[in-house]
Structures are given as structure tokens and as C-alpha cells.
Design a protein around this ligand. Structure first.
Ligand SMILES: Cc1ncc(COP(=O)(O)O)c(C=O)c1O
Length: 372
């Protein structure tokens, strides 16, 4: 079976070096708030060309803490896409706000920026565009809308590490950019991790306090909390793995782009997503295709030992827990409903062998030929 995702090949190749890095951390006797974390924050800021950045425990925490840093409180509303991973929504709800779901663009699955203003009211405080699949939303237009209505922009870049809109990385346009280092991601560790970038020193200061119970380490009065916070510290083992993997990130992204190119060139009779023309560099976290007979195709691919997944099978408002977010008669999220019925994702990761890529293409083309 060609797995949808696995890091075993990648780990096999780098095992010695990774174990060396982990051993170094454990021998140092320090696993939190030391040099390894500072090194990662410097490396990530340098890579992304971001002004300030802070490691946290996960991508979900990154969004939650960014919302809290914006001062989000009960009764506030936050606009986001109706097609995203659950954590985007749970972060908004945990921050005390109500998610307002906007429909997507049928071409690419990203928030339809032209519909955002319909959802803005006096309670709206922020917009969270989600750069799904590694594909960039219309971020400059979204920032313009936000500026006009005095709203914050928090970019959900969990899936778009290394993707560029025009000449800048996603995550560096809004007030905050939130990244995830979950193992499947473009830059993934072997555990959990997240990163928040921001432009303001005052926001960085707040985030630093909030990721560790609001503790003021410089306080002259001993153990002190000066702001509500949580435990969202990243450990040095994850940081060391990320520092190591960051060295080859450009090569890894290039490999992803080459696999995507191979799929584009060789797959027939299946629809591809159309990417934004300003998405100058696409890091292909996922390779999503569309077809009306999606379920049958997935089943036939499984029989041919090719594993595929759906991102996502249910738009947010169709999930049991989130039906309450929209009115029953609402028809305004139709695109996300139709889109999610047709999409599925093919395996794509840097260690996916050419032999496997060929098998995926051959299997899917054979199925499509029979179906047509
Ligand atoms: C779009 C999106 N947002 C947020 C997250 C949350 O990241 P994490 O799993 O690191 O908490 C993920 C990852 O699952 C994601 O895909």
C-alpha cells in the first residue's frame, strides 16, 4: 500500500543525525526555554523574513494565543472559511469568540474574499484566512478589507509554510501568522509544535507572557503572573528536530513542487484546483483533485493499494458540533458543501519515490479511463 503519509523513509535516511541532535539536547540537561528554542526562533524569523516570532506548543495554540493577543473576548466575532481544519474553529471558540463562516471559492477551496464584508458587523474583531493545502488566499485584498473595518488579520498558515504570495511568505502579511509543525506539515517535527509571527514588539511581549501562564520572569517580586496565560512552551527535542529539518526545507519544498508538476503533467480526466496567480511559490502541503465520482475513485484506488484522504469531508457548518454556527435555512455556504463532495488528496511528500508516483498516476489514469 502506498501510504497517504509516512515519515519512516525520511527518518531512516536522517536517523543518525536526528538521534545525535536529540542526544545533544538530553545531555545539555535543559529541555525548555534555552538556546535550542532561541536558535529555532532566530532561524524561522530569518527564513520567513518576519520581524518577530515565537515558538508555541501547536498550530492550534498559535491561533488561540494570537486571538487572545488581539484582545478577543466573549461576544466577539471572528470571520473565517467554512472549509478548514477543525482547530481553526476550536481556537476561535476557546478564545471566547463566535466563528462567522464565509463560503469558499469553488476553484481553489479558499475563502471567497468578495463575500467577507457581508459578515462584518459591530462585533467583528478579526479575520482568519486559511491558506489551505499550501495555497495562498487573496491576502492583500483581505488585509485591505480588514484595514477598512479596523479588524485584525490572523493568517492560518498551518498548511502553507514556505508558500509565497507575490514576493513575501504567507504569514507575513497579517497582524499575526500562525504555523503548525505537526508531522504531516511541510515543516514537520515528530510531535507537536507551532510558531507565531508578528510585526509588533508589544504583541511579541504579550505572546511571550501568555505562552507560559503570564509569568513575568523578570519580576522582582518572585513567582508572578501578570497576564492570563496557558502552558504552550515548545520543548528542545522538537526544536532540535525542527532546526535540523529547516536546513533542508528548500530542497524538500522543491521535491514537493516536482511531484506536483509530475501529477499535473501526467494525470488525465481529473480536475485540478486553480491556484491564485499571485501564489508565486506553492509549497504543496496537499495535492487535491476533484471529481463527481470521488467516493468510487477512492475505493478503486484503495483496491490498487493507493491510499487517499479528503481535506475535508465535511465543511465546518455540517459538523454536529458546529451546526449551531449557521441558521438552518442558510444557503450561503453552498460552494463549500459542493466542493467537499468532490475533492480528494493524493499522496505527496518529499520522500515519495518516483516508482510510487508512477504507480499513483497509472492507477488513477486507468480508473479514469474506465469511468469515462
Ligand atoms: C488549517 C489548519 N489550522 C490549524 C491546524 C492546527 O495545527 P496543530 O495540529 O499543530 O495544532 C492545522 C493542523 O492540523 C490545520 O491544518
Amino acid at each position: 500500500m502506498i501510504k497517504f503519509f509516512t515519515f519512516d523513509k525520511e527518518y531512516k535516511i536522517s536517523k543518525k543525525k536526528i538521534l545525535y541532535e536529540i542526544d545533544k539536547v538530553l545531555k545539555s540537561g535543559q529541555v525548555f526555554f534555552g538556546q535550542e528554542i532561541l536558535k529555532l526562533e532566530i532561524n524561522l524569523n530569518r527564513y520567513l523574513n518576519s520581524k518577530y516570532g515565537l515558538t508555541v506548543k501547536s498550530g492550534t495554540d498559535a491561533i488561540y494565543l494570537a486571538l487572545k493577543a488581539c484582545g478577543i473576548k466573549d461576544g466577539d466575532e471572528v470571520i473565517t472559511s467554512s472549509l478548514t481544519a477543525i482547530p481553526t474553529i476550536s481556537a476561535i471558540i476557546n478564545a471566547g469568540a463566535k466563528p462567522r463562516l464565509v463560503d469558499i471559492n469553488l476553484d481553489n477551496g479558499l475563502i471567497d474574499e468578495n463575500k467577507i464584508e457581508n459578515f462584518i458587523n459591530k462585533n467583528t474583531k478579526a479575520i482568519i484566512p486559511v491558506h489551505l493545502y499550501g495555497s495562498s488566499s487573496e491576502i492583500t485584498k483581505i488585509c485591505k478589507i480588514a484595514k477598512k473595518h479596523n479588524l485584525k488579520v490572523i493568517e492560518d498558515c498551518a498548511q502553507s509554510f514556505g508558500s509565497k504570495y507575490k514576493n513575501k511568505f504567507t504569514g507575513t502579511y497579517g497582524d499575526f501568522g500562525c504555523f503548525s509543525f505537526y508531522p504531516t506539515k511541510v515543516l514537520g517535527t515528530y510531535g507537536d509544535g507551532g510558531f507565531i509571527v508578528t510585526k509588533k514588539k508589544t504583541d511579541l511581549k504579550k505572546l511571550k507572557l501568555m505562552r507560559f501562564y503570564g509569568i513575568d520572569s523578570k519580576s522582582k517580586n518572585g513567582y508572578q503572573s501578570i497576564l492570563d496565560g496557558t502552558n504552550s512552551r515548545m520543548d528542545h527535542i522538537q526544536a532540535a528536530i525542527l532546526n535540523f529539518k529547516l536546513k533542508s526545507i528548500n530542497k524538500d519544498i522543491k521535491k514537493r513542487q516536482l511531484i506536483a508538476e509530475y501529477y499535473y503533467k501526467n494525470l488525465v480526466n481529473i480536475s485540478f484546483l486553480k491556484y491564485n496567480k499571485f501564489n508565486t511559490s506553492h509549497s504543496f502541503h496537499l495535492f487535491v483533485v476533484k471529481h463527481k465520482k470521488r467516493n468510487l475513485i477512492q475505493k478503486l484506488l484503495k483496491e490498487k493499494k493507493v491510499e487517499t484522504l479528503i481535506h475535508y469531508q465535511n465543511p465546518i457548518h455540517k459538523m454536529k458540533n458546529y451546526r449551531k454556527l449557521v441558521c438552518n435555512f442558510c444557503n450561503c455556504l453552498k460552494n463549500s458543501e459542493n466542493f467537499s463532495k468532490e475533492i480528494f488528496s493524493l499522496p505527496l511528500y518529499p520522500s515519495l519515490k518516483l516508482r510510487d508516483q508512477k504507480k499513483i498516476v497509472k492507477s488513477l489514469n486507468e480508473i479514469m479511463e474506465k469511468l469515462n
